[in-house]
Design a protein around this ligand. Structure first.
Ligand SMILES: [Zn+2]
Length: 220
């Protein structure tokens, strides 16, 4: 079942490794099928470079396995919580990408220091409270803190991004790491004043309404 979606979610998971956002078996991508409401997610403990479409787990919105040869990701309860709470979200990505995770460790939002950050995210990338790994609690923290954005830092853990599909959530994860790296390196050399809110707003509006062929966003 869901052969096309399994192939896409498999490739998106492999792309996490190719982009340097994950090591080992940490991190995962899922996508919800718009017709059945079922979710395709990475299986637990399988190396990214060994993943095949037929290895993907298919779960329902309660996290029960519908199909797949392996146990689904340990983060499945967190992903399906987000899908239940946010009918507009169809893709979720989780990483421990290193620069963004340093902000998560310090309990600091990623400040808006570049026009790229302003355009793609429209404000600081927020930080959640602590949550126990693998539980719905993580999902609750994501939903409570992500607001109308597409990226959130999970306190002392890593990054969760959301989107209307897995590709958009993946893109948000990539740019979260790029913005975190630039901010971290700039802040090493002293205090940096975040961009003024009106400049951030203007950059965001230019991106949403003036850039490319049609309105787009980091996750929408
Ligand atoms: Zn994690």
């Amino acid at each position: 079942m869901l052969e096309q979606l399994k192939a896409e979610v498999c490739q998106a998971n492999r792309d996490l490794l190719a982009h340097g956002l994950v090591v080992g078996t940490s991190g995962n991508v899922s996508q919800r099928d718009g017709h059945s409401g079922l979710v395709v997610i990475k299986p637990s403990g399988v190396a990214f470079d060994a993943l095949r479409p037929e290895d993907m787990s298919v779960v329902d919105l309660q996290g029960n396995v519908v199909e797949g040869p392996y146990k689904p990701s340990v983060d499945t309860a967190s992903h399906v919580y987000v899908y239940r709470a946010r009918p507009d979200v169809h893709g979720v990505v989780h990483t421990h990408s290193p620069y963004a995770t340093t902000f998560a460790i310090r309990g600091e939002p990623i400040p808006v220091l570049t026009t790229t950050h302003a355009s793609l995210f429209g404000g600081p990338i927020p930080i959640s409270g602590y949550a126990v790994i693998g539980e719905e609690e993580v999902g609750r923290e994501i939903v409570a803190h992500v607001g109308d954005g597409t990226s959130v830092l999970l306190r002392s853990h890593g990054v969760f991004t959301i989107g209307t599909d897995a590709q958009r959530a993946l893109r948000a994860a990539l740019y979260t790491e790029e913005c975190a790296e630039a901010a971290h390196l700039a802040m090493l050399r002293g205090y940096v004043e975040p961009m003024a809110p009106d400049v951030v707003r203007a950059s965001r509006e230019w991106y949403l309404y003036g850039y490319g062929q049609q309105p787009v966003g980091a996750g929408s």
